[in-house]
Design a protein around this ligand. Structure first.
Ligand code: ZN
Length: 68
């Protein structure tokens, strides 16, 4: 396992390294759709960061904006 691999069940944010309590769901699946390369998933963390997964592999992390 490498540090660049993320699944929606991981509890630690790869960008800001905040994490939830044990057993808490950190990531919320916002949307997903299938492509020819696999399933793309958009997940928001509780920290506000957005991660994009392709076929279960982390492909992009976008920092969240400041809380309202
Ligand atoms: Zn984060």
């Amino acid at each position: 396992m490498t540090s660049t691999t993320l699944t929606a069940s991981d509890e630690c944010c790869p960008l800001c390294y905040r994490r939830g309590e044990a057993g808490a769901t950190w990531w919320v699946l916002r949307s997903s759709h299938r492509t020819s390369e696999g399933e793309v998933e958009y997940c928001y963390g509780r920290c506000g960061c957005l991660v994009i997964l392709l076929a279960g592999e982390l492909v992009k992390v976008t920092p969240g904006g400041p809380p309202h």
